[in-house]
Design a protein around this ligand. Structure first.
Ligand code: NI
Length: 434
């Protein structure tokens, strides 16, 4: 059985800073990478069905968007430049209340389209009507870790647990293993300890991880201190949440003790610099977390608070934000930022042995970037060019799970025009604006 051979590309494996192979080749068989190396390194007897000649291309692992709410693309640029609670209560929540199942499907399709076109090959999502999200993920060919957002106070507390149980049994491992499922307690201020204990017990029973928002705003820190006398991180530790695999979005407001807990309990953190800047939440102590050994990935958060899902831009923002906030130009250097956007995200999602770097035996989640562009010359430093100069429109070809999902900037799994028509019509219905 043949596979795909990528030939002549400059390969950035993202294993180590200097692992750059000029004119290299990557052999792919089925879902897997079977070799990564210089010209002529493909295994003897490997006969590809497809050869991708890529002399002016960079080959890299695809980006891992470690925290988003996919269908919030429908709310993109609907409400901006507002304080968080006013934004949520007056704009976002009323519109979300009108979302129907099919809206979620098309909003997620728009998200998948945008992510594939900008080189993202895997993402972590938390939202509702998750069967529709899973359908869109399965169809688009992307890899995703999905969780239904659960609110522990109010009428849907129990039904969210029941739904999640069913959702795990229906979707966990589907799409050739591309789809994984977690439980998604929304946040400590919407899920009190008694409810979290139910979530923890279900998670243990189903053997799946947790996706939660933690320590996003100062208000949350003050609120938790008032209610429980401790930080959100210590509260989660005390209820036993961190005994499970946890993906924690944001982690903006942390003290040294919190960081120590995150490192010790191997909590995966999703850092969302643009959303944190736009909502004026603060600056996450990324450099300190990395120094302490915390696994940190990068996420865009939902498109309503970003307003795009562009991981190249997110990576650049992350690096620049650490530098300016610490007044240290050495903070978060380019390779560390690139690691966060790829291997770090894979680690935070529990996919470290599957994706995030280019290595024999891992799933073939690979992007080719066209470097015959002015901003890629001269070529002093490939990694600095990717992190500080590249544009998402440079992403030329995207391979996910061994399948070519985009080639020559044409997405092969999604009808783009149909997505745009559906999204426009639905956005008009939601807002009542013609
Ligand atoms: Ni979020």
């Amino acid at each position: 059985m043949g596979g795909i051979l990528i030939k002549g590309a400059t390969i950035i494996t993202v294993e180590n800073h200097d692992d750059i192979i000029p004119g290299g080749e990557i052999a792919i068989e089925g879902q897997y990478i079977v070799s990564v190396g210089p010209a002529g390194s493909a295994p003897a007897g490997f006969v590809p069905d497809r050869v991708l000649d890529a002399p002016d291309m960079l080959a890299m692992p695809g980006f891992v968007n470690s925290h988003t709410h996919a269908a919030m693309t429908l709310l993109r640029s609907y409400a901006d430049d507002l304080p968080l609670m006013k934004w949520l209560e007056e704009k976002i929540w009323p519109l979300e209340a009108k979302l129907e199942e099919e809206d979620i499907y098309w909003g997620t399709m728009l998200c998948c389209l945008e992510m594939i076109r900008s080189g993202t090959t895997a993402f972590a999502d938390m939202y509702f009507h998750m069967n529709e999200v899973a359908r869109a993920v399965e169809r688009s060919g992307i890899r995703a870790d999905l969780s239904r957002g659960m609110i522990g106070v109010g009428p849907e507390a129990q039904s969210a647990l029941d739904f999640s149980r069913e959702f795990v049994s229906q979707w966990h491992g589907r799409g050739n293993g591309r789809i994984t499922v977690r439980l998604g307690p929304h946040a400590p201020y919407t899920c009190p300890p008694d409810y979290l204990k139910k979530v923890i017990s279900l998670s243990g029973e189903l053997n799946v991880g947790i996706h939660i928002h933690l320590a996003e705003t100062k208000t949350e820190i003050e609120d938790m201190a008032k209610r429980y006398g401790m930080s959100p991180i210590r509260l989660m530790d005390s209820v036993g949440l961190f005994e499970l695999p946890v993906l924690a979005a944001h982690c903006v407001h942390l003290d040294d003790g919190d960081i120590e807990i995150l490192a010790q309990k191997k909590v995966g953190v999703a850092h969302n610099p643009e959303s944190n800047m736009k909502l004026a939440s603060g600056v996450a102590p990324v450099t300190r977390m990395l120094e302490a050994g915390v696994t940190v990935g990068l996420g865009t958060d939902g498109a309503a608070s970003n307003n795009n899902l562009d991981m190249l831009e997110e990576m650049r923002s992350a690096a620049l934000l650490q530098k300016v906030s610490t007044m240290n130009p050495l903070a978060l250097p380019s390779f560390q930022a690139l690691r966060m956007a790829t291997a770090g995200g894979a680690g935070a999602l529990g996919m470290a042995g599957q994706t995030g770097v280019l290595r024999k035996g891992l799933k073939a989640d690979i992007i080719l970037m066209d470097t015959r562009k002015p901003h890629f010359f001269p070529r002093h430093d490939w990694i600095a060019n990717v992190v500080y100069a590249a544009q998402s429109s440079d992403v030329h070809t995207v391979i996910i799970d061994g399948n070519i999902v985009m080639e020559g900037r044409k997405v092969l799994t999604i009808d783009e025009d149909e997505v745009y028509e559906q999204v426009e019509a639905r956005a008009k219905r939601l807002t009542g604006i013609k």
